[in-house]
Design a protein around this ligand. Structure first.
Ligand SMILES: [Mn+2]
Length: 318
């Protein structure tokens, strides 16, 4: 019998697994990747008696492999908050899926574990830019405001680490990051004792400084469009810069187009924080698009579709 943990390589995916493995430590194969690599079940082979936990990746985007693994006899536990489409009925599938804009996978796992490792759920929620939900989940922990701010920054840095065109762009491969976190039941102890936090902070600050110098190529009260160059810092920063811009102008939608080395763009869309609507429906109009209502993206937008994308972005939010 093999245990396989499949998780998105961002803060939410890592913090969801962190809670589950603090609750139930076990030897498992870790399957993860950059934040945008979501068809992770494709990489899994398993059979009768194997147990697979799947965290923070769209069921809809993994549907055929999910069915293949269920047919092969694996038991699958699925937690997620991305668009799922119809959830297959199968005796060996347990799915906890909630696509409401105010929740995330770490918070779903937090409920499942009766708030046992809430502090990690708070980190995951901050990483997904769900500050209000994160603070709500933190209320019972009686943290000081500086402690809460440390959790928020850890969430932002872990989320930041997930962005890149390949794992080579990242400061830490996400499975290594999880292995580093795993000994710590308390994220504040991790922040104090591990040098990972400092290294992420330095990388984040250096990249953000470059990002802050960018000017939008289109800007109104309703929306802004940014174009980023084909460089590793830009690929690392696009998502967190989008979150930051969204927090600074909560009534405005943001689109960030980051040039890819082989042509085309990777796109991040942030709906206005005031409404948190429409980002996923916009991005799903393009073949490699997906995400959530408030935050979505397109993995590869060909050059010839850039104008069409910007036109639909303006229609959605203009
Ligand atoms: Mn998430």
């Amino acid at each position: 019998m093999t245990n396989i943990d499949v998780f998105n390589g961002d803060a939410d995916g890592i913090c969801a697994l962190q809670q589950l493995r603090l609750h139930q430590p076990l030897e498992s194969r870790l399957i993860t990747g950059i934040k945008r690599e979501i068809n992770l079940l494709k990489r899994v082979s398993a059979g009768s008696g194997d147990r697979i936990t799947v965290l923070d990746i769209s069921l809809d985007k993994n549907r055929s492999d999910l069915c293949r693994l269920l047919e092969a006899g694996a038991d699958i536990h699925y937690f997620d908050h991305h668009y799922a489409g119809e959830i297959p009925h199968h005796t060996r599938l347990t799915a906890t899926i909630d696509t409401s804009a105010a929740t995330c996978t770490s918070l779903l796992v937090n409920n499942h574990l009766q708030q046992r490792f809430s502090a990690w759920a708070v980190v995951g929620a901050f990483g997904d830019n769900l500050d209000i939900s994160a603070r709500k989940a933190a209320a019972a922990l009686n943290l000081t405001e500086p402690q809460l701010d440390q959790l928020r920054r850890l969430g932002i840095y872990l989320n930041y680490n997930g962005y890149g065109a390949t794992v080579e762009d990242l400061h830490f491969p996400p499975d290594q990051l999880f292995i580093n976190l795993h000994p710590y039941a308390d994220p504040l102890a991790f922040i104090q004792e591990s040098d990972v936090f400092t290294r992420l902070k330095q990388g984040y600050e250096a990249d953000m400084e470059k990002g802050r110098r960018l000017q939008p190529e289109a800007e109104t009260n309703q929306y802004a469009v940014y174009r980023l160059p084909a460089e590793p810092w830009a690929r690392r920063i696009s998502g967190v810069l989008g979150n930051q811009l969204a927090r600074e102008a909560p009534r405005r939608a943001h689109a960030l187009l980051t040039r890819l080395p082989d042509g085309g763009y990777v796109v991040s869309v942030r709906a206005p924080l005031a409404t948190r609507e429409g980002a996923d429906t916009l991005c799903r109009q393009f073949p490699t698009g997906g995400g959530r209502k408030a935050a979505a993206g397109i993995n590869h937008l060909p050059d010839r579709e850039v104008d069409a994308f910007i036109a639909r972005f303006r229609e959605s939010y203009g």
